[in-house]
Each structure stands twice: as structure tokens, then as C-alpha cells.
Design a protein. Structure first.
Length: 372
């Protein structure tokens, strides 16, 4: 009985232990993962461009006479690339020089004033015009007597001719019109009328003669007054000189522009000209570039990335055409105006290179990485 009781106790003990279950293990601490830092670099595509380039052409039109340069030539600043026929422009300059000289001479004459002989001649002109008017309005008595004598003489001739005409029957003579007496009478009558007209003109001058005499006086006085220049006269002459000088300067500039010269030391990259053809003004006919210094301009930097770029940021440039070449640089400028490119607004960034490479060529494709 005692053995049975002990067996029950053992069984009960193991049953209680089984109900308690296995002990919970203590968790082991796990190591924290390091934070992954996102790259701050901005990547864009670009192209190689010369720092300085220009499309140039003639400022005047004309016939092409010389093209001493050709594509690929390195040309110094001020050297001639092409030249137009200058004959027309030389003539225009000569004419402008003459006009300027005439304007200056007139101004000098005004400032010097009239000579004594000029004044004397002008004064004499006034006196002569006034004397002519006086004689017209107040004829000399002796002159009137002479005109009156001419009238009386002409009247006497008419009377004699009339008497002779009457002796042959006068108008009753059917052949009177064919007679010498009739012709003599007509001539005498015309002379008499002429004498009367001259007399009347002296006594009462015709209106047109009076007006002409008064105009002559006014013109003579104006000529005298013009000898002494006014302030307005001098100012007008000075303005004429300035205008003539400007025309002369323009003619000289046009002549100068018959030669197309390089504005800076450069290489000619395009030039399509033929001697003898007409070249219109203000049209680009050549392209030049300073190929000693290159820069890179991005082509696809969008508005999302542009906000992360500022002037002065470091940059690294690689090129598809030159494997292994890396060129450092910095952001020189950021174009403030975005342009639509295939639906994206892109901003051009110019990268100034820290060093150059002789293998660089215009419009080479480049990859630009901006930022640290």
C-alpha cells in the first residue's frame, strides 16, 4: 500500500512539471544597421563648346573680290577673312569729305564776318535799287520833256501822213489800202501810239514795274543784312558741319566694313564664299571659334535637379569619345530661363574646366557629375 502511494506522488510531481512548460529563453540583442546616405550628386549630359565663338558677316553689301582665308585656318584678331569691292564706298567717302569741307568753309566765313568790299558792294546794291524805284515813281523833268517832244513829233508825222492820204481821196479811194500813203499813215499812227505809251508809263508806272522795283529793294537789303550773321545763322552752320561730319564718319565706317576681319584670335570653322558673288549685309557667312579654351554646357538638366545646383559647385566631366579622360571643373553659370525639351523643362549649366585637353572637339558628348 505504501509503495502504491509513493508511486502516485511521483506521477503527480512529473505531471505538475509538465503543466509548467519549457522556460522562455532570454532574447539576444541585435546589431543596429548603418543608415544608407543618398548621393547628393546631380548627373546630366552635355556637349563641349568653345568659350568664345561667333557667327560673323559683312555689315555692308557688295561684290566679293578676295577670300584670303579658308576653313581650318587659325587667324589673328584684326586679320582679313574676306573683302568686298570698295570702289563705290571710296567715292561715297570722297563726296562726304567734300561736303564736310564746304560746310566748314561756310561756318568759318560766318564767324569771320563780311569783308569791307562785300559790305560796300551790298550797300551799293541797296542804293541802286532805291534809285531805280525813285526814278520810276518820279521821272526827271528833262526826261519828261523829251518824251513829250517825241509825242509831238509823232503827232506831226501823223498829221502829215493824214493830209497826204486825204489828197488821194482817203477812205473814199477804192484803192486806198494799196497806196503808199495809207501805209505811211499806219506807220505814223503806230509810232504815235508807242510814244503815248512810253509817256503814260513814265507818268503812271505799271503795277508790275512798281512791284518789281520794291522787290529789288527788299532783296538788296536782305543781301546786306545776311552779311552780318545772326546767332541762328551760326548755329545752323554748326549743325550743318556736325551733320556733314556724321555723314563722313558713316562713309568711312562703310568703307572699313568692306573688309571682314576676325574680331578675336580664332579658328575658322565654316566659310562658304566665292569671289564674284554678291554678299548681302548683316547675314552670317562665317563661323569662328577660339579652340584654345573649351567649356561644357549641359543639355538635359531638369527643373527637379536644377534646384540642387548652384554656381561654384564642383563638377566632373567625362566624354564618350575619349575613354578614361576625367576633367574637373566647376559650375560657372546657370541659365535662368528654362526651355521645353520633349516635355521637360531643362536648364543649361555651363561648366568651366580646370584644365584643357587637345583632343576636345566642338559638340563632343559629355557626361557631367555635379556636387561632392
Amino acid at each position: 500500500m505504501q509503495k502504491i502511494f509513493l508511486a502516485l506522488i511521483v506521477i503527480l510531481t512529473f505531471g505538475l512539471l509538465g503543466c509548467g512548460g519549457a522556460p522562455t529563453p532570454t532574447p539576444k540583442p541585435t546589431a543596429a544597421l548603418a543608415a544608407i546616405k543618398a548621393s547628393s550628386k546631380v548627373v546630366a549630359e552635355g556637349k563641349v563648346l568653345p568659350v568664345k565663338s561667333a557667327a560673323i558677316g559683312f555689315q555692308v553689301g557688295g561684290i566679293l573680290t578676295q577670300v584670303p582665308a579658308q576653313v581650318g585656318d587659325k587667324i589673328e584678331a584684326g586679320k582679313v577673312i574676306a573683302e568686298l569691292d570698295a570702289k563705290q564706298f571710296e567715292l561715297q567717302l570722297a563726296q562726304a569729305d567734300g561736303n564736310l569741307a564746304a560746310a566748314k568753309a561756310k561756318l568759318d566765313a560766318l564767324k569771320k564776318g563780311p569783308t569791307a568790299s562785300d559790305v560796300s558792294a551790298a550797300q551799293q546794291g541797296v542804293k541802286s535799287a532805291e534809285a531805280a524805284y525813285t526814278n520810276l515813281m518820279n521821272p526827271d523833268a528833262n526826261e519828261l520833256m523829251a518824251f513829250k517832244a517825241d509825242i509831238e513829233k509823232a503827232k506831226a508825222a501823223v498829221d502829215r501822213a493824214q493830209a497826204a492820204y486825204d489828197r488821194i481821196g482817203g477812205d473814199n479811194n477804192p484803192f486806198a489800202a494799196m497806196t503808199l500813203e495809207r501805209q505811211a499813215l499806219q506807220t505814223a499812227w503806230l509810232d504815235y501810239q508807242k510814244a503815248l505809251s512810253l509817256w503814260n508809263a513814265k507818268i503812271t508806272p505799271p503795277k508790275n514795274q512798281v512791284e518789281a522795283a520794291l522787290t529789288a529793294i527788299q532783296n538788296a537789303k536782305s543781301a546786306l543784312a545776311r552779311l552780318t550773321p545772326t546767332t541762328e545763322d551760326v548755329a545752323g552752320a554748326e549743325a550743318s558741319v556736325k551733320s556733314a561730319q556724321a555723314a563722313r564718319d558713316l562713309a568711312a565706317e562703310n568703307l572699313k566694313n568692306t573688309k571682314l576681319v576676325a574680331p578675336f584670335t580664332s579658328v575658322i570653322t565654316s566659310l562658304d564664299l566665292r569671289v564674284g558673288e554678291f554678299v548681302a549685309p548683316n547675314l552670317p557667312i562665317a563661323r569662328i571659334a577660339d579652340t584654345a579654351t573649351w567649356q561644357v554646357e549641359t543639355t538635359d538638366l531638369t527643373e527637379i535637379n536644377i534646384v540642387n545646383v548652384k554656381e561654384g559647385d564642383p563638377a566632373m566631366v567625362t566624354l564618350d569619345a575619349i575613354a578614361g579622360l576625367e576633367l574637373s571643373g566647376k559650375v560657372l553659370r546657370i541659365k535662368g530661363f528654362g526651355e521645353n525639351k520633349q516635355g521637360d523643362i531643362v536648364y543649361a549649366i555651363t561648366i568651366a574646366l580646370d584644365k584643357q585637353d587637345e583632343r576636345l572637339r566642338w559638340n563632343m558628348t559629355a557626361k557631367v557629375s555635379i556636387g561632392k
